[in-house]
Design a protein around this ligand. Structure first.
Ligand SMILES: [Zn+2]
Length: 77
């Protein structure tokens, strides 16, 4: 999995980020509109964190729906 260390505005620390999964991209498009560009979005992999943002646009960060929290926790085990 491709990751990158970025500053997370929610965790307040440097975190490992990864690209969004297909379902996560779909959820972002549902919120932002069908034409929203989602292929450069990074998601924080910090425990309990749903923050994502486009590279170089930390100020425009958003949060994924809570359902992706359970999925991430399950993947940890
Ligand atoms: Zn975070």
């Amino acid at each position: 999995m491709r990751t990158r260390t970025l500053d997370c505005p929610t965790c307040g620390t440097m975190q490992s980020f990864r690209f969004l999964h297909k379902e996560e991209k779909a959820a972002v498009r549902e919120k932002e509109g069908p034409d929203f560009f989602v292929d450069n979005l990074w998601r924080c992999t910090g425990k309990g964190c749903l923050t994502y943002y486009a590279q170089f646009n930390k100020a425009g960060y958003g949060r994924l729906p809570e359902k992706f929290l359970a999925q991430e926790a399950a993947a940890d085990e």
